[in-house]
Design a protein around this ligand. Structure first.
Ligand code: GCU
Length: 678
């Protein structure tokens, strides 16, 4: 049967090594659980049965208790089991989701303080088998490092997805609440397997409709599918809902009628969905309404919603992705300038959700300067899994290195080692709450993500949200073994391709820190020539600032001074042309075309070098893929092979468009050996 990718990394095909299968079979003969009516343990049990059936060809009975039997799995909830989750303010909450896997009296025992921990342990055990690791003497213990691990869907009520490239939304609103598409369960399984515990169902550009009684019923039905898998549902809310739905003349957060409306609506939500997670808000951003429409602040708005939540166990995630069409400003600065002053003014249940970079999910951005500058506010790190600026679903780009680059960045907020990860997990500033969000790349394509390898980006996001110390290589390897092949050479080759893929993409699209030069609006393909106009200043030409002298945006003190938003150590490093990392150069410096860089080449030559070698590297990706053909399912192989052809075509398009366009400023020949034949 052709592999259509539907099963994701939960494939559970028969393990090829018969000896290994035998060894596993001996220790995995039954599943014992005393809590057979607990829906989460039922989910864990069903997953183990399904997995063992597939991997070992062995059907495994479920028994009430092991009662002296040996050679099986015991699932156990024990509130007192010791699980190391560090010593931070969130440790107790994190430990509740952790698990232990040990051997006791001849059985494998999977323990969690709560049922969700046992479920995560069951998935960890399956992963252990899928990646061919020994069971003898097994002793695993793990707890997440971040408490709330979200997928954000940018799905619309009519089934379209903003920036989605894998088909229509998987949420079938017209069929809900009566029909529950079995796909919802598979979605929940996949998320639980990587530790995702919250999903925002709808687009941040939110329709008010989700807050209607009719839709709350539909959402409750989805929540009932997610609940056994430890996943809570959240909603993006439309700020002006009290006007549109409530018939009020205003949505002013300080107006008692507005406050009352939200309070009543929130109570209704919790009556319908008792474990509802909370609200995500995009306000006063890109045309969305918000508290500023009434001369109120982001804090006024967020705190009003927090008050509406009252004693309900819910959160407000208030997004910092804002910019005003202030043509005199550098958009890079906008989010920091607007949010930094409110640090310390947000209510307890409010988190501010910040994109990884200051602009907008570019292929490479420096970390957002708000990280480290709002110590009194828990910040949610928002990354984008869907490849809006990274070639949609035709470019092979593995995103773990991008996510890690941000998480590992040092903000110097409290001296060296103050990484973004430590801010996000709350440990640096002792927050009692921590969260991370990934904008989903999931659609109703049979394989969920369009590009088969893009499944790895969903996977990697979840794995890093659980433990940001995992390496990109380790995650790629694990995913490849579970999803594509166990053949060691092929695993090594594919891992290598994946780990290098993001750098390759950057080289043929936006090398040396170029940014926002893609097709306007659609965000696909190159459009560096789009000029600024008084009405639309923030176009490609604004961001690359090419002129006869050179290239790059001066964000030092002589320019927009956005660099001044960072810690002094960073200002020093990035503000100096000699020490600024070449990958960020055009983000911060306007550099002369003939200026020599640290590589020994001039800017122009280095730029050409990167565009050309970047595009050539797609041929390398093709060759590597060709080599692994014998180890792969033929349908899957052909799918990726064809996409790599498209990717090469588009890499040449990017290369030629950008090099030829920038050449009109640099007025220098394309250096050998790249000079096109005459
Ligand atoms: C980007 C994206 C929009 C999205 C916005 C956001 O600008 O292109 O489609 O709505 O980010 O994150 O709010």
């Amino acid at each position: 049967v052709a592999d259509d990718g539907y099963r994701l990394w939960l494939k559970y095909d028969l393990l090829p090594d018969a000896a290994q299968r035998k060894a596993y079979q001996r220790s995995l003969r039954f599943i014992a659980t005393e809590e057979r009516t607990n829906p989460t343990l039922q989910a864990a049990t069903a997953e183990l049965q399904r997995g063992l059936n597939g991997l070992l060809g062995q059907s495994v009975p479920v028994v009430g208790r092991s009662s002296g039997k040996k050679g099986g799995i015991v699932l156990r909830v024990d509130p007192n089991v010791r699980i190391d989750a560090g010593s931070g303010a969130t440790a107790a909450a994190l430990a509740k989701e952790g698990y232990r896997i040990t051997t006791e009296k001849g059985n494998l025992v999977v323990t969690g303080q709560r049922d969700a921990g046992v479920l995560y342990g069951a998935f960890a055990l399956l992963r252990h088998l899928q990646t061919g690791q020994p069971l003898a003497g097994i002793s695993l213990s793990s707890a997440p490092k971040i408490q709330y691990r979200f997928l954000n869907h940018w799905d619309n009520q009519n089934g379209t997805i903003e920036r989605g490239y894998a088909g229509a939304s998987i949420w079938q609103w017209y069929e809900l609440p009566e029909r529950l598409d079995p796909r919802y369960t598979d979605y929940a399984r996949a998320n639980a397997s990587i530790g995702i515990n919250g999903v925002v169902l709808n687009n941040v550009n939110a329709s008010p409709r989700y807050l209607t009684t009719e839709y709350l019923g539909k959402i409750a039905a989805l929540a009932s599918v997610m609940r056994p898998y430890g996943i809570r549902v959240y909603l993006s809310v439309f700020w002006a809902a009290p006007k549109v739905l409530g018939g009020l003349p205003t949505a002013d957060p300080l107006d008692p009628r507005v406050q009352q409306w939200w309070k009543a609506k929130t109570d209704e939500i919790y009556r319908t969905i008792p474990d509802f997670g909370g609200f995500l808000v995009k306000a006063n951003s890109e045309g969305q309404p918000g508290p500023q429409d009434y001369n109120r602040t982001h804090a006024d708005g967020a705190n009003m919603l927090a008050a509406a939540l009252g004693n309900h166990d819910g959160l407000v995630m208030w997004r910092a992705f804002v910019y005003k069409a202030d043509v005199n400003n550098d958009r890079f600065r906008a989010s920091y300038d607007e949010f930094k002053p409110f640090d310390g003014q947000f209510a307890d249940k409010v988190l501010v959700q910040v994109k990884n970079g200051p602009l907008d999910f570019q292929a490479r951005e420096p970390f957002h300067p708000l990280f480290g500058k709002m110590p009194q506010t828990p910040l949610v790190l928002e990354v984008q899994i869907t490849q809006e600026y990274l070639g949609f679903a035709t470019h092979l780009v593995y995103l773990a290195p991008l996510f890690k680059e941000c998480l590992d960045s040092d903000t110097y907020a409290k001296g060296p080692g103050s990484t973004v990860a430590k801010i996000v997990d709350g440990s640096l500033d002792h927050h009692a709450i921590s969260a991370i969000a990934g904008v989903a790349n999931i659609g109703s394509d049979r394989n969920w993500t369009g590009h088969p390898i893009a499944q790895a980006n969903w996977y990697a996001f979840g794995r890093l949200a659980w433990d940001y110390e995992l390496t990109s290589e380790a995650i790629a390897q694990e995913w490849t073994r579970m999803t594509l092949t166990a053949e060691p050479k092929a695993v090594a080759t594919i891992t290598d391709m994946m780990v290098k893929s993001r750098d390759i993409y950057v080289r043929y699209t936006t090398p040396l820190g170029l940014h926002h030069i893609m097709g306007h609006g659609v965000h696909f393909g190159p459009e560096p020539w789009l000029p600024s106009t008084p009405r639309n200043r923030w176009t490609a030409a604004f961001y690359h600032s090419a002129d006869a002298q050179g290239l790059g945006f001066d964000r030092t003190a002589s320019g927009s001074n956005a660099l001044g938003q960072y810690a002094p150590q960073i200002q020093q490093q990035w503000g100096n042309r000699q020490t600024c990392p070449l990958d960020y150069l055009m983000w911060f410096q306007h550099v002369g075309w003939s200026q020599p860089l640290r590589t020994g080449k001039t800017l122009w030559n280095e730029l050409c070098y990167r565009y050309y070698t970047g595009a050539d590297s797609v041929l390398w990706l093709q060759q590597q893929w060709q080599q692994v053909q014998p180890a792969l399912d033929p349908t899957l192989f052909a799918n990726v092979q064809a996409r790599l052809q498209t990717q090469h075509k588009e890499a040449l398009w990017w290369r030629d468009a950008c090099v030829l366009y920038f050449q009109t400023f640099a007025r220098q020949p394309i250096p050998a050996p790249f000079t096109p034949p005459t």
